[in-house]
Design a protein around this ligand. Structure first.
Ligand code: SF4
Length: 350
């Protein structure tokens, strides 16, 4: 007997024809979608607006088994929750974070187990690359976070950022189909304005993303002001240097009308100098973009040091004086190791 197929790996574009192949009308696809992604049921038996025979047939063909959170850690500051989800047939777990910000509930999703890009300030990068997450494993995080939210109140995730473990644009196919589910009106129905993908700068994938016309936000992890420095901090820079990142960001803005965000980690003695502010002005002056200044979050074995609060303020002022739009991003989830650069999918002992 073959194992049932994992339903949540079926792409939204393939589902209607898969349902038709079973001799069922297409509208069933819509119904099933709502049950799986809006009501988040764990079995076909619960889909009580569909004939029993169909439910039984679907149960034999597909599985809706959920990814269970092995741990949920709530920050003592009440603004972040970290989840560790177990993966099907894998000894690893994948981590995701829920961030609260006024009325916004943002899910920070992971897209890969580990990461091949090896940025030196990132715990995920230190794991090396293990594998891409499947569509089900990406969407499963969102389902789990919505289950958690619904257990606390009747609220759901409002915003999505792909800033968890891995480089989403290096897992383009599964990232894209997950996005289609996130945006689908019968699934999570979250619009492009409320979704952002962060990238270390995988330019061919940014070009593909532009072709898809999904109009999601783009955040480029810049973190350095010279190529020599960025080569050291983010080895992907050897392939896609700063000048090409600025150029693709301009194309993205021209095509989508969305201001690109540059994320910039403040590292003491590395990226927080006056020279850095001057150079950023040369690269980004006159271009309608945003710069997010991010304090370096502690990692267990890094020799890099966070800049002081006063340096952070001073650097932000220097950027403003140079006409750049910069915001200091509050670091959340540090106490639960859920802040930027702190996620790592440890091995679990089953
Ligand atoms: S910062 Fe992002 S791209 Fe760099 S190693 Fe970490 S997960 Fe990969």
């Amino acid at each position: 007997m073959t194992n049932p197929e994992r339903f949540k790996n079926i792409t939204p574009s393939a589902l209607p024809s898969r349902i038709e192949e079973l001799g069922e009308p297409k509208f069933r696809a819509k119904q099933i979608f709502k049950w799986v992604y809006q009501k988040r049921v764990g079995s076909f038996g619960e889909m009580n607006n569909m004939p029993k025979t169909l439910r039984e047939r679907l149960s034999g063909l597909f599985t809706l088994q959920k990814m269970e959170p092995l741990f949920i850690k709530e920050s003592k500051f009440g603004d972040a929750v970290k989840f560790g989800f177990s993966l099907v047939e894998s000894p690893h777990l994948v981590e995701s974070v829920l961030l609260y910000d006024d009325d916004r509930r943002t899910a920070c999703l992971s897209s890969q187990l580990g990461c091949a890009l090896g940025c030196v300030f990132c715990q995920t990068g230190k794991m090396g690359f293990i594998r891409n997450l499947t569509q089900e494993e990406i969407i499963g995080q969102l389902i789990g976070i919505n289950d958690y939210l619904m257990s606390k109140s009747d609220k759901l995730v409002t915003n999505i950022v792909f800033m968890g473990m891995g480089e989403a644009l290096s897992n383009f196919r599964n990232f894209l189909s997950s996005l289609q589910i996130i945006m689908h009106e019968d699934a999570f129905n979250i619009g492009g304005r409320r979704i952002t993908v962060s990238t270390a700068g995988v330019i061919p994938s940014i070009e593909r993303l532009m072709e898809e016309e999904l109009n999601i936000g783009l955040a480029i992890s810049l973190n350095a002001f010279t190529n020599e420095q960025r080569d050291r901090l983010m080895p992907v820079n050897r392939k896609y240097p700063i000048e090409s990142l600025v150029s693709i960001a301009k194309s993205y803005f021209n095509k989508t009308g969305r201001r690109v965000t540059f994320e910039y980690v403040l590292i003491e003695g590395e990226t927080d100098s006056l020279e850095a502010a001057d150079t950023l002005q040369r690269f980004l002056g006159g271009f309608p973009c945003k710069i997010n200044l991010i304090p370096l979050n502690p990692s267990s074995d890094s020799v890099l040091r966070n800049t002081s609060d006063s340096n952070l303020e001073r650097f932000s002022d220097q950027l403003h004086q140079r006409g750049l739009s910069a915001t200091i991003r509050k670091s959340r989830g540090q106490d639960i190791w859920g802040a930027c650069g702190q996620l790592s999918g440890r091995m679990i002992d089953r």
